[in-house]
Design a protein around this ligand. Structure first.
Ligand code: PGA
Length: 248
């Protein structure tokens, strides 16, 4: 299975940073690799990155969308708008959205359905907090998030991102065994729900992935790629992670 390395720029990125995205595309085009590469910039840069990187090897994704296609929702952006701006995917249910905007599983599921309605790949994020892991509830928490957040249709346009909340932006990562165990658990859940189509759903790892740990994490069974925050902001680091996925 081809790995997917997706960069989540979060609330970072101004006009000057388009150069970083161009450098990523140039680094890939020079090498022609075996991984899929995506950048999810802030909404303000989607259209400009899409046109700067048009027909190149880097796909563009949004970081969130509203469940409805249009309407009176000041400040929100629909999946149709992301597609119209040039995105082919959208992250839904990131833990920062779940926390900052009180998004529950039903909301995340509605957003994933909106992504599919607009023809986008839905990157659905799940992951336990540190407190949940310490009391042994990590697998149950992730199971509940998967059950509640994944829509029924279209498993071919779903990617799951397992992001332990306590590993995001902290420099801390789970052990290889813990990642292997959780990715196996998620894989089984997807196979139980979607049958053979579930086998094909990529499960990204996210949370402090960086050039120094990417090769080790990406070699773990059922790790189908990475969702990369901080280390996606500089082309050099991001390309090093893409290289660890076989993408250079
Ligand atoms: P990080 O973020 O790589 O900075 O830990 C990952 C994410 O939140 O997607």
């Amino acid at each position: 299975m081809r790995k997917l390395i997706a960069g989540n720029w979060k609330m970072n990125g101004l006009t000057a940073d388009i150069a970083e995205a161009r450098a990523v595309a140039a680094g890939l085009a020079a090498a022609g690799g075996k991984a899929d590469v995506m950048i999810c910039p802030p909404a303000t840069l989607i259209a400009r990155l899409a046109s700067a990187l048009e027909n190149g090897p880097v796909a563009i994704g949004g970081q969130d969308c509203h469940a409805e296609a249009a309407g009176a929702h000041t400040g929100d952006i629909s999946a149709e708008m992301l597609a119209d701006a040039g995105a082919s995917a959208v992250i839904v249910g990131h833990s920062e959205r779940r926390t900052d905007h009180n998004e529950d599983d039903a909301t995340v599921r509605a957003k994933a359905e909106a992504a599919h309605r607009a023809g986008l790949l839905a990157i659905i994020c799940v992951g336990e907090t540190e407190e949940e892991r310490l009391r042994g509830a990590a697998a149950d928490v992730v199971t509940a998030q998967l059950s509640g957040s994944i829509p029924d249709g279209d498993p071919g346009r779903i990617v799951i991102a397992y992001e332990p909340v306590w590993a995001i932006g902290t420099g801390r990562t789970p052990t290889g065994d813990d990642i292997a165990e959780m990715h196996h658990h998620i894989h089984r859940h997807l196979c139980d729900r979607f049958g053979s189509a579930g086998e094909e759903i990529r499960i990204l790892y996210g949370g402090s992935m960086k050039p120094s740990n990417a090769a080790e994490i990406l070699a773990i069974a059922h790790v189908g790629g990475g969702l990369v925050g901080g280390a996606s902001l500089k082309a050099k680091d991001f390309l090093a992670i893409v290289g660890a996925a076989g993408g250079l």
